[in-house]
Design a protein around this ligand. Structure first.
Ligand code: TXA
Ligand code: MG
Length: 339
């Protein structure tokens, strides 16, 4: 299959909508990462997503919609808490899980009785949804296991020959995937941290939001997870990544002691001037949003540079930085060294 890369202008959007209505896949930009979209009402189309990504069948997809009206056609009930969060954060990088009503293709929810939904704020994503008139199932547009794509060129790297169209929409502003919260149980649970923080969610809900254990912990053998995605290896570059917890000085000292062939650093902008080994920067030390924006492309650059062993400066673990830490932990397969 030939993969076309088109500008996300009106003819690109029209072409995307047409392909989606015909049951084909289209990669589209969103404010978080590029998504690999298919008609969420069409099981055969949704199966193509799993095939193109090499995604495990039991890992459900997020459905992208353009209105509360569309949401109501997919779920049993838009609860009061759900409405509050939607009013506060949509359109934007928040995904809300509620019990579904069976209208969607069953492959979307991978056999669960809940569905994850969000309204993206990226104008191109919005136009593709409204032009097609369809709810779009869309996971990140990477091969399963590799870093999520924040630029069209990275989608092309992974999806060339697998899908007919990629819409070029520039770099993604947020850079890490949406915050995922489940409102399907008794208490709200944060399943995946993102740009919308636990504190922001609690402020709007006026109640505590629990963080799922697997967000920052390696899964124990046989541990039950709230979100199937937690089971799988994620965001891993080809290089082996190790997170180093410590200050700038300790980090530099460790790198000097481990300055072997193939070693590279994944560091903050402030670390760069003193760096003695090859390095790629991901954001500024006290600016977690910049770290989120740059992390995934930095991981891909390390591979492009042929790095074999990457030592990453550890981000903070609260607010937006929790999203960065969560992705980096998975990229590093939970290898952390306390300096
Ligand atoms: O920002 C994003 O959310 C991006 C863009 C494209 O919108 N999409 C994205 O999708 O990150 P994906 O498929 O890569 O991640 C979806 C995550 C997975 O970890 C999956 O297990 C979880 O959400 N998930 C989806 N539906 C769920 C459900 N019903 N219950 C629990 N977890 C669910
Ligand atoms: Mg993904």
């Amino acid at each position: 299959m030939q993969t076309n890369l088109m500008q996300a202008d009106s003819s690109g959007i029209l072409q995307a909508a047409q392909l989606l209505k015909q049951g084909e896949l289209v990669a589209i930009p969103t404010e978080t990462v590029y998504g690999l979209a298919a008609n969420a009402m069409d099981g055969t189309a949704v199966e193509k997503i799993f095939a193109a990504k090499g995604r495990p069948q039991d890992n459900p997809l997020i459905v992208h919609i353009d209105s509360i009206e569309m949401w109501k056609t997919l779920v049993v009930e838009v609860t009061e808490d759900a409405k509050k969060l939607a009013d506060a954060f949509w359109p934007g990088p928040l995904t809300i899980i509620l019990p579904h009503n069976g209208n969607l293709a069953e492959q979307v929810c991978a056999g669960l009785d809940t569905v994850a939904v969000r309204v993206p704020s990226h104008p191109v994503a919005q136009k593709v949804i409204s032009e097609s008139g369809l709810p779009l199932a869309a996971p990140s547009a990477n091969l399963s296991g590799s870093p999520s794509p924040t630029e069209a060129k990275y989608v092309l790297q992974d999806m060339q020959g697998r899908i007919p169209l990629i819409l070029e929409g520039g770099s993604c502003e947020v850079g890490v995937e949406s915050t995922v919260i489940s409102l399907a149980g008794k208490k709200p649970i944060l399943l995946r941290p993102g740009y919308i923080t636990k504190e922001q969610l609690e402020q709007v809900l006026q109640k505590e939001v629990e963080i799922a254990h697997a967000v920052t912990h390696i899964l124990e053998q046989g541990e039950k997870v709230e979100s199937p995605g937690m089971k799988y290896k994620h965001y891993a570059p080809k290089a082996q990544v190790t997170i180093l917890k410590g200050n700038s000085l300790q980090y530099q000292q460790y790198l000097q002691q481990h300055n072997h062939q193939g070693v590279a650093a994944l560091c903050f902008e402030e670390d760069a001037p003193a760096m003695q080994v090859p390095f790629v920067v991901y954001g500024k030390e006290n600016d977690p949003s910049s770290q989120a924006r740059e992390l995934f492309s930095a991981l891909r650059k390390l591979d492009e540079n042929g790095a074999q062993q990457v030592y990453a400066r550890c981000p903070a673990e609260d607010g937006v930085a929790l999203a960065v830490y969560n992705r980096l932990l998975r990229a590093a397969a939970f290898r952390v060294v306390q300096l």
